[in-house]
Design a protein around this ligand. Structure first.
Ligand SMILES: Nc1nc2c(c(=O)[nH]1)N[C@@H](CN(C=O)c1ccc(C(=O)N[C@@H](CCC(=O)O)C(=O)O)cc1)CN2
Ligand SMILES: NCC(=O)N[C@@H]1O[C@H](COP(=O)([O-])[O-])[C@@H](O)[C@H]1O
Length: 218
């Protein structure tokens, strides 16, 4: 199977980007990061890419509409012949047009168990603050395909973590980040190996013994 060309979009420290870099170096992923793009010029993730010799660029989204910066991204994806896009802490909503042209080829990592604590306004530490405030006993992380709305695409993988009485938003963020790194690599591996099939809102592993019965049920 040919090596998949991926673009990774970031806005911050890039620890999720780093685990993808590490997984490729350890030959765990059938992928090559062709480009890292950030809408934050100070994102440490750009430093991580530079250190690894990966093409990287800052694209300002300030003063641009969603459609305008999405069009810029699409031009780059086409030029680099990108197969899949990973949103790894990218904090801007992508346009419907871009998402449709890359239907089921863009994945996102979110630091909660969707549909809890997600959607517009839910990003970074804010997600964990809401979880602590609500008093949930379990939270976690989700990898999902990206559709035109925030965090509503079909779910690929989720994993839970317990919320302890002494947890703060910060401590919870650290616990969930460990899980994010694990399920992001796991999901990306399945995607790059063409192991995923989307049936309605459900994402199943191809060759699943129940695939045909699931097909009929939906
Ligand atoms: N079309 C889509 N685009 C994006 C999705 C998606 O599911 N569909 N996921 C987000 C990532 N994300 C949650 O996982 C997310 C990111 C940002 C926001 C948000 O409310 N952003 C603010 C601006 C924040 C800033 O600029 O500092 C906003 O848009 O007003 C919600 C969810 C990536 N794109
Ligand atoms: N809604 C999107 C969102 O909140 N994304 C979150 O941003 C962080 C980026 O960390 P990183 O830059 O170290 O990978 C991660 O926790 C990711 O789940």
């Amino acid at each position: 199977m040919p090596v998949k060309k991926i673009a990774v979009l970031i806005s911050g420290s890039g620890t999720n980007l780093q685990v993808i870099i590490d997984a490729i170096l350890q030959k765990k992923l059938n992928a090559e990061i062709k480009i890292v793009i950030s809408n934050n010029k100070d994102a440490y993730g750009l430093v991580r890419a530079e250190k690894q010799g990966i093409k990287n660029m800052f694209i300002s989204t300030r003063d641009l509409t969603c459609e305008e910066y999405s069009e810029k991204l699409l031009e780059i994806f086409n030029k680099e012949e990108i197969d899949f896009v990973v949103l790894a802490g990218f904090l801007k909503i992508l346009s419907k047009d871009l998402v449709m042209q890359y239907k089921n080829r863009i994945i996102n990592i979110h630091p909660s168990l969707i549909p809890s604590f997600c959607g517009k306004g839910y990003y970074g530490i804010k997600v964990h603050e809401k979880a602590i405030e609500y008093g949930v006993k379990v939270t976690g992380a989700t990898v999902h395909f990206v559709d035109e709305n925030a965090d509503t695409g079909p779910i690929i993988e989720q994993r839970a973590v317990d919320v302890d009485d002494f947890d703060t938003a910060k401590s919870l963020q650290q616990k969930v980040l460990v899980i994010e790194h694990e399920i992001l690599v796991s999901s990306l591996k399945k995607l790059c190996n063409d192991e995923l099939k989307v049936i309605g809102r459900r994402v199943i592993k191809k060759g699943d013994k129940d695939e045909k019965s699931i097909d009929k049920r939906i």
